[in-house]
Write a protein that binds this ligand. Structure first.
Ligand code: CO8
Length: 260
């Protein structure tokens, strides 16, 4: 598959996907959407790939939102009939079982912030700025911003962000729980690739299970979540990688994983 709106590179077991419309601050048009769906499906399907990083081209933006120029003249019926943006959630989020990280290198606004929040976690450059400014366009978040932002940073800050459309800097985003780590912009790409390589070197079934468990915490009661965690833990004890992992610990050597 050749892409014109994104770049896809493989760094050993890590797939690096770069939104590549820097002249439009990597705004998310339908071309980007389709290619991202393809790229994430290819990442998921390739057994040699264990973790992905999504970032934006240039030093200014991860993504400044859905492409306003593309949306401006679109009739309301088309948004509804085409179930605009539903495929992001169903394809990128639900079918990507392997871990992936958003490396936010600047503006992450509107759909850009929402896309970053679909990642398993966010590593931000110190220059990153997050926001849900849709209210200023007469709309509201439409790709999960009102739900994922509220779960990540709580009602007070989510309301503040959505109702004023203000931007939140990297330091506040980390303090608020939106971002896992903040690093200098110049170190962002290498740090994200390094963290992804660390995850890629983990036993692959355990990586998938850890991701599933944490995600279930957002969907269910504590009792059901604890049961899900316990059962998945028990399932992992049946894997060859569990036997290897515990033997490697006892023998003071690195584990060699089979993904079985
Ligand atoms: N869409 C299209 N083009 C964009 C976008 C965008 N979201 N953001 C920036 N651009 C373009 C600009 O138009 C400009 O292009 P040109 O040079 O051709 O005029 C170029 O990128 C550079 O941008 P600026 O000159 O504006 O750069 P500044 O440094 O002056 O400003 C900002 C940077 C503050 C980031 C500014 O560009 C901005 O405010 N951008 C829009 C941010 C925004 O409102 N994002 C939310 C969009 S709506 C959305 O994401 C909704 C998603 C859910 C929909 C669900 C529907 C069901």
């Amino acid at each position: 598959m050749t892409y014109s709106n994104i770049l896809v590179e493989q760094h050993d077991a890590v797939t690096l996907i770069t939104l590549n419309r820097p002249q439009a601050l990597n705004a998310l048009n339908s071309g980007v959407l389709e290619e991202l769906i393809e790229a994430f499906a290819a990442f998921q399907a390739d057994p040699s790939q264990r973790c992905a990083v999504l970032t934006g081209a240039g030093d200014k933006a991860f993504a400044a939102g859905a492409d306003i120029k593309e949306m401006a003249d679109k009739p309301a019926a088309d948004f509804y009939a085409g179930d605009f943006f539903s495929r992001w959630t169903s394809h990128v989020v639900q079918t990507t079982r392997k871990p992936w990280i958003a490396a936010v290198n600047g503006f992450a606004l509107g759909g850009g912030c929402e896309l970053a929040m679909m990642a398993d976690f966010i590593i931000a450059a110190d220059t990153a700025r997050f926001g849900q400014p849709e209210i200023k366009l007469g709309v509201a978040p439409g790709m999960g911003g009102s739900q994922r932002l509220t779960r990540a940073i709580g009602k007070a800050k989510a309301m503040d962000m959505c109702l004023t459309g203000r931007m939140m800097g990297a330091e506040e985003a980390e303090r608020s729980g939106l971002v896992a780590r903040v690093v200098p912009l110049a170190e962002l790409r290498d740090t994200a690739l390094k963290v992804a390589a660390e995850i890629a070197a983990m036993p692959p079934l355990a990586a998938i299970a850890n991701k599933e468990m944490v995600n279930v915490a957002f969907e269910t009661t504590l009792e059901q979540g604890l049961l899900f965690e316990r059962r998945l833990f028990q399932v992992l004890t049946a894997t060859e990688d569990r036997v290897e992992g515990m033997a490697a610990f006892v023998e003071k050597r690195p584990g060699v994983w089979k993904g079985r």
